[in-house]
Design a protein around this ligand. Structure first.
Ligand SMILES: [Zn+2]
Length: 634
């Protein structure tokens, strides 16, 4: 018998403890999340042509119940109910927010004649729905500027639902972003893009059913939308803190915060409205220092320092603070406390982790020692770990300073999962002996031990059905216990795939056409190098290929040697085996797989002078990546 199980007594005990420890009678967040409601969002789901939902808040109607189900951590349940409050809200005079239409918020600032849109959500479809709702209630003023607060897709992907590329090209609309925006928006999604996309299925619970035993919330927002991702490159980069602009009668002071929640990020202050937009630097959750889908680790020290700078520059002049996730905080005293607490939280984690590092503690030891924020922060709802967590953030800080190796030579060169698994099973005597120990641990509620032990058996023998079921049951209880929305999604997705296998035909494209068009040629060659299969390339002799891009006037000399691709920009090598002449548009068509190199050569779109076989020799070594690789089994 496979399938979801009820909450076990050990899980119920975790939930009871949470109910006793946290201030559930403090309802200020519910008041703030509903304050200024102009119109609730329509309940109808947005769907793709094939019926697949893009955004469906009605799937969460089960969260109407005030009392948490036994299968959801009560603290996460509370956050889930807050994140369900969706619609158009007035933040203050001339500032409106669309919340609950995607994982992120879209903010509209009303200028003298038009509007400024901050962070147009992930998908064209959800952004369009937001603009419709806004216009129904606030009229049809044109968009005259868009601001991307930072380089994450949930803050720019829906831009073509707000403005067209033509409006930007004709300079009727300007797009502002922090310096470094485009490089980071693209680079982050290219080099490790396939693995990050696959791991994001787990982090966001994309294939989980919605329900008390499935996906309930991501902590940062309800879910990620699944529509059309677009990108219009910014027309104006903000490169200095203190930059002040007046756009359509609205003055804006900018604070750059690189290396905080994103490598390129900025806060915006609106002096006329005494309002502060904190981008994603201060929200109603402890945030990620390392995103569990995989990313470059963030700098908690810089994060704290930029929060202090924001307090110093703006707090005395601020009556309301809002962000691109969650609800605003009103009242100058509350604003100051919220920002100072958030600052302290990242500084505390940084300093205490390093203190323990210098006592010689290793990542899991730190995570088990430093389990909570100090009492003054721990009971603040906005400091709870709904998206980041103390447990994985302290390990991220360890990684930032000391890397993957914990210093113990026993961990320097262990067997990989399948080989270790076989040896663990043999050491236990047999698969059944291992399972019987694991079943006892399950009965005792030690699901972490079950997960570790049975994982060895699943990797030794993925066809062992009893092992898969027990492992799924343990991951499921860990999911039910999690206060963190992404931990819950990760555990429950692992359980789901052990029970039902990896969903076939669920491919989601990782690089949208807009992303490919915005890639630099450098990035194209970087990624080409990543795709070279070393085994196939071993037979290639050293070669240089010249590339000439006629429309953008760029030259490259690309060397392939020892299965490694390197390149020099602005150079043509006279000893090159061949020269490839093409346009950037032709390269984009090949990158988007609208044409193959071979076809483009046949049609004359790409021409080769010299040894044509040199290029095909390299192309023949290129690897391609399957998105739906296994995670919880070999
Ligand atoms: Zn975001």
């Amino acid at each position: 018998m496979t399938g979801e199980k009820d909450a076990q007594p050990a899980t119920t005990a975790v939930h009871t403890a949470a109910l006793g420890a946290l201030p559930f009678d403090d309802l200020r967040d519910f008041a703030d999340a509903s304050r200024g409601l102009v119109a609730a969002a329509a309940p109808e789901a947005l769907k793709r042509d094939n019926g697949f939902p893009i955004w469906d808040m009605a799937a969460y109607d089960f969260e109407d119940a005030e009392d948490p189900p036994l299968t959801v951590n009560p603290s996460l349940w509370r956050q889930a109910r807050l994140n369900r409050i969706a619609g158009l809200f007035q933040v203050t005079d001339r500032i409106y927010q669309l919340r609950g239409l995607d994982i992120s918020n879209m903010t509209v600032i009303e200028g003298d004649s038009g509007i400024i849109v901050i962070d147009p959500l992930i998908s064209v479809e959800t952004a369009q729905a937001g603009m419709r709702l806004y216009r129904q209630h606030r009229g049809g003023r044109p968009v005259i500027a868009v601001m991307y607060t930072h380089s994450h897709v949930d803050h720019y992907g829906g831009v073509k639902g707000v403005v067209s590329a033509g409006e930007v090209a004709s300079e009727r609309v300007r797009i502002y972003a922090p310096s470094g925006f485009l490089e980071h928006a693209i680079a982050e999604n290219v080099f490790a893009g396939t693995a990050m996309s696959r791991r994001s299925h787990y982090q966001y619970g994309i294939f989980l059913p919605r329900g008390p035993r499935g996906q309930v919330d991501l902590g940062l927002g309800k879910a990620v939308s699944n529509g059309t991702i677009t990108l219009i490159p910014p027309t104006d980069l903000i490169d200095r803190t203190g930059t002040t602009l007046t756009i359509d009668g609205v003055s804006i002071e900018f604070q750059l915060t690189p290396g905080t929640e994103a490598p390129a990020e900025m806060n915006l202050y609106f002096p006329q409205f005494r309002a502060l937009c904190m981008a994603e630097n201060a929200t109603h959750t402890l945030h990620n220092l390392l995103t569990l889908r995989g990313a470059e680790v963030r700098d908690s020290r810089a994060w704290s320092a930029y929060l202090d700078e924001a307090i110093d520059r703006f707090a005395n002049r601020t009556d309301v603070v809002f962000a691109s996730h969650h609800w605003p905080t009103w009242g100058s005293g509350n604003v100051r406390e919220f920002l100072a607490d958030t600052r302290d939280m990242y500084q505390f984690l940084h300093d205490q982790t390093l203190r323990l590092i210098n006592h010689g503690l290793t990542p899991m030891e730190i995570a088990e020692t430093l389990t909570a924020l100090p009492p003054g922060l721990d009971r603040r709802w906005y400091a709870r770990g709904y998206y980041g967590s103390v447990s994985h953030d302290v390990r991220a800080i360890y990684q930032r300073y000391l890397g993957f190796y914990d210093g113990n030579p026993a961990h320097l060169n262990p067997h990989p999962p399948v080989e270790a698994g076989k040896r663990y099973v043999a050491a236990m005597g047999s698969a059944d002996a291992l399972l019987s120990v694991a079943r006892e641990a399950f009965a005792d509620g030690d699901y972490r031990w079950v997960a570790e032990l049975v994982n060895h058996l699943v990797f030794a023998d993925p066809d062992n059905q009893a092992a898969r079921e027990l492992q799924a049951d343990a991951l499921e209880q860990l999911g039910y216990q999690s206060e963190n929305g992404t931990w819950r999604s990760l555990y429950l997705t692992g359980a789901h795939e052990l029970r039902h296998g990896v969903l076939a035909g669920a491919e989601r494209t990782t690089a949208s056409p807009d992303t490919i068009r915005a890639m630099s040629v450098d990035l194209f060659f970087d990624y080409l190098g990543i795709r070279i299969d070393a085994g196939k390339a071993a037979k290639l002799s050293e070669m240089v290929l010249n590339w000439k891009f006629t429309d953008i006037g760029e030259d490259y000399a690309v060397t392939v040697r020892n299965a490694a691709l390197t390149y020099r920009r602005g150079v043509q090598d006279p000893s090159a085996a061949a020269t490839i002449t093409l346009t950037r548009a032709a390269l984009d068509r090949v990158s988007m797989q609208e044409a193959t190199f071979e076809r483009a050569i046949e049609s004359g779109e790409i021409t080769i002078d010299g040894d044509a076989a040199a290029l095909t020799g390299v192309l023949d070594t290129l690897d391609s990546f399957e998105l739906m690789f296994n995670i919880v089994e070999p």
